[in-house]
Ligand binder design. Structure first.
Ligand code: FES
Length: 154
């Protein structure tokens, strides 16, 4: 399987691995296609994501995409972070082999779940801001008719 140099770099030397003990939002999702798990911790100050860490029981592609996703949302506003799709992460990594694209959905979904948790902790209804968190929706583009890369909140 061919991985880009950027994927290999983020896999071998992942950024933002770990956890934030006093996180303002935590998101944990599982990938039903492979059973892998992703957890993302956010520190948020005045609507800005000032720190982000992740932990995963996932494959190398999940590590690389999470590493890149955390870099993309660091020091960004919540609104900007919510716009990050797995596709944007894939582009930033110069792509993944089609069979591994489902792995990139974990990071996107975990970020959304963490922001959902942040709003919930603040007694704000996340649905008003984020809409329905449809964790069965798929932004993966490697599928034709049947999507198999949904993530579910666990
Ligand atoms: Fe499960 Fe990649 S095979 S996240």
């Amino acid at each position: 399987m061919n991985y880009s140099e950027k994927v290999m770099d983020h896999f071998v030397n992942p950024r933002n691995v770990g956890e934030i003990l006093d996180a303002d939002g935590i998101g944990e999702v599982g990938n039903p296609k492979c059973g892998d798990i992703m957890k993302i911790y956010l520190k948020i100050d005045k609507n800005i994501i000032t720190d982000v860490k992740f932990k995963t029981f996932g494959c190398g592609a999940a590590v690389a995409t999470s590493s890149m996703a955390t870099e993309l949302i660091k020091n960004k506003s919540i609104e900007e972070a919510l716009k990050i799709t797995n596709r944007a992460v894939l582009e930033a990594l110069d792509g993944l082999p089609p069979v591994k694209v489902h792995c990139s959905v974990l990071a996107e979904q975990a970020i959304k779940a963490a922001i959902w948790d942040y709003y919930t902790r603040k007694n704000i209804n996340p649905e008003i801001i984020m809409g329905k968190f449809d964790n069965t929706s798929c932004s993966c583009e490697d599928n034709n008719n049947s999507c198999s890369c949904e993530s579910n909140l666990i």
